[in-house]
Design a protein around this ligand. Structure first.
Ligand code: AMP
Length: 216
């Protein structure tokens, strides 16, 4: 099964993708994660993407589509893909349809996670993850039980994304509303769009997504 998780930054796409992968055979294809890895590794793609990402703007369609195309050539994607943070523009959506058709794959569903902007700013500014296992935390909403030690794996290193500050979040939300939200209409037209309430508790959102995918 190939699905897209569509939603603004902070909607919980990455969190839900990781949970869904426990029960459905998917690989997570997060363009944000792939671009951050390219920046950290100092590759050509990373050098081009770094400043754009720090400003909260969208990396060019050409770069992002190239990264996705290469990733879809890897054999593990045959089992099924959760696209997280891609597509984000009409050109990316069209490129994805083309890439899937070329590779003989189909898109099964697009799950749109609906969340209010003010909640997103609060969620994103303050979030961080364990460097060891990826468990998510938040300065105001979810601190580890023992300060500085991950509840899940005992790790003591944590990562914060450079672009997760209140000012950049606003720019990312603007980009979402102008470039990405129109994809809701695009995918409604294909009959594949499913809406879920992204403001509920994490477990509840997972249940809604599984239901939307006919998996419960
Ligand atoms: P994310 O982790 O998905 O919020 O992505 C972090 C940043 O990476 C975004 O704010 C963009 O600068 C860039 N990015 C990730 N995915 C895309 C995409 N599909 N198109 C353009 N830029 C992207």
């Amino acid at each position: 099964m190939n699905i897209i998780l569509l939603g603004p930054p902070g909607a919980g796409k990455g969190t839900q993708a990781r949970i869904l992968m426990d029960t459905i055979a998917f690989v997570q294809l997060s363009t944000g994660d792939m671009l951050r890895a390219a920046v950290a590794a100092g590759t050509e793609v990373g050098k081009k993407a770094k400043a754009v990402m720090e400003a909260g703007q969208l990396v060019s369609d050409e770069i992002v589509i190239g990264v996705v195309s290469d990733r879809l050539d890897e054999p593990d994607t045959k089992a099924g893909v959760i696209f997280d943070g891609f597509p984000r523009t009409a050109a990316q959506a069209e490129a994805l349809a083309r890439l899937l058709a070329e590779k003989g794959l189909t898109l099964d569903a697009v799950v749109s996670m609906e969340v209010d902007d003010e909640l997103l700013v609060d969620r994103v500014s303050g979030r961080y993850t364990c460097a060891g296992c990826g468990e998510g935390y938040h300065d105001r909403h979810k601190q580890p039980a023992k300060a500085g030690v991950c509840d899940s794996c005992g790790g003591t290193e944590f990562n914060r994304r450079a672009e997760d500050n209140a000012e950049t979040v606003r720019a990312r939300l603007d980009a979402y509303h102008s470039e990405t939200a129109p994809l809701i209409d695009y995918y409604t037209g294909t009959g594949k769009l499913r809406m879920v309430d992204g403001m509920a508790e994490i477990d509840e959102v997972t249940r809604s997504i599984r239901k939307a995918l006919g998996q419960d």
